[in-house]
Design a protein around this ligand. Structure first.
Ligand SMILES: Cc1cc2nc3c(=O)[nH]c(=O)nc-3n(C[C@H](O)[C@H](O)[C@H](O)COP(=O)(O)OP(=O)(O)OC[C@H]3O[C@@H](n4cnc5c(N)ncnc54)[C@H](O)[C@@H]3O)c2cc1C
Length: 120
């Protein structure tokens, strides 16, 4: 079991390095000697996202960005179905930093309104 995990880990490292080096080479067509100016390089794959932030199938932008999963296809009203619990993040407005930041602001506003109304 440990051996197969280690073997998979090493295989993934090699694969990531291989893909990363190809990408760097492609970028160097437009930015000559790019790799000579890099001090630290880290390659990541969907498996990295799955491992580090528990992203489903390693999707770095959250739920699929398809028409049926946008707008009403997401948790765009920030409601979780549990009173007082509100949602934010890529599963609400959309993937990417700005939609996620905006979702946090809007969700906090909803939470604040909920608190005010429940104090009455
Ligand atoms: C490599 C990469 C580059 C990107 N570049 C850009 C970019 O240039 N511009 C842009 O707009 N967007 C970019 N994105 C997308 C953007 O980062 C995401 O859409 C956004 O961060 C999603 O925010 P989130 O809060 O929904 O999820 P996350 O930022 O993934 O936060 C979820 C958090 O929940 C934690 N978590 C998961 N499961 C559990 C659990 N069971 N218990 C407790 N905690 C848990 C995770 O550890 C994580 O901290 C990039 C994403 C990646 C991976």
């Amino acid at each position: 079991m440990l051996c197969s995990l280690l073997s998979r880990f090493l295989q993934e490292l090699r694969f990531k390095k291989h893909i990363g080096e190809r990408l760097l080479k492609a970028a160097e067509k437009y930015i000559p000697d790019l790799s000579g100016h890099l001090e630290y390089v880290e390659y990541a794959t969907p498996l990295s996202s799955e491992y580090w932030v528990n992203a489903v199938k390693g999707g770095c932008y959250g739920p699929e960005q398809s028409p049926d999963q946008m707008g009403p296809g997401r948790f765009s009203d920030f409601a979780s179905g549990i009173d007082g619990l509100f949602l934010a993040g890529a599963g609400t407005i959309g993937g990417g930093i700005m939609p996620c930041v905006l979702s946090g602001i809007r969700s906090a506003k909803k939470a604040s309104e909920f608190l005010k109304s429940s104090r009455r």
